[in-house]
Design a protein around this ligand. Sequence first.
Ligand code: SF4
Length: 368
Amino acid sequence: MSVVGSPGAARGPGAAGGSAPHEAHPAGNLAVAARGLTRVYEVRRGVLRKPGRLQAVGGISFAIEAGRTLAVVGESGCGKSTLARVVAMIEPPSAGELLLGGVDAVHAAPTERRKLRKTAQMVFQNPYGSLNPRKRIGAILEAPLEINTTLDAAARSERARAMLAKVGLRPEHYERYPHMFSGGQRQRIAIARALMLEPALVVADEPVSALDVSVQAQVLNLMADLQRDLGLAYLFISHDLAVVRYLAHEVLVMYLGLALEQGAKERIFARPLHPYTQALLASTPGLAGTPRLQRIVLKGELPSPLDPPQGCVFSTRCPHAIARCRDERPSPRLLDERLVACHLAENFLESGHTADRNPGLRSSQPSL
Ligand code: SF4
């Protein structure tokens, strides 16, 4: 992943370094590029009141190369799942550009859109709800081929059986029903289904959060192996920073639909410059290699996206907020090889300040 338009754009996989298990994959082309992606909903608030405007995603930009993972993190309600649905073409953006494999997905003709949909497939959070309980696994895997290809029944069956093996399931599983599988196996089936059309991009929305911790590791290893073998790009939505640290190359921190900090995983985990990123990292104990951060009180709830703060969207909860923060919204700017949207980010960088050096901050666990 690279930030669209930034000096760090289109970097090769080796640039990120670190512990991700797929560093050896060669640099590839861009699987997806988004610029200023925006999704706004009109919300009705009664007969006498004017409809409200809810900006779920507000001008997000990124690019992901083949073989790379961009993780999007943030609290519930920050817009990360909406971003996932827009990138997977499940719902259209209200504004902005979305290129899938270099093709404009926003203004494409209906036939072109159908083709593009195959290139971006989604894996959902709930492996229990995302598989049709009345269909056998073979039929579930073959359905995308039936709709989108001219392959005959024998060829579809052959591909489905090969995909079962690829995701670590056995040939006899082809004839079974979803209820006969564990949560981890069902998520393997969901991943297999997403890969049947050979997409370049997989959008995974909290794919392991419904699984036991021991099973999470197996599914993450599978995703890493598939990425290495098939050159997949992942847009990986998660609230779990330990999971993000394992799988991601780049990280985008979202809050009220906006990107607050965005860059290489190693840089952000080693020295978070945005106070919100600091708070998220500080709330996740035991992240080896990250600075010891005192937990930061995030005062109050996430503000309503129908009525976001005028200035910095984080100003109502930020322990460092000054008057300027409440009046003027900071634009993301490049600093220490990442984008950060905070008026005071330079101060944090120069002083090496993180929350562990601020004795005035008290402990609290932000609710992710
Ligand atoms: Fe906090 Fe101000 Fe930075 Fe926003 S701009 S994160 S309120 S210091």
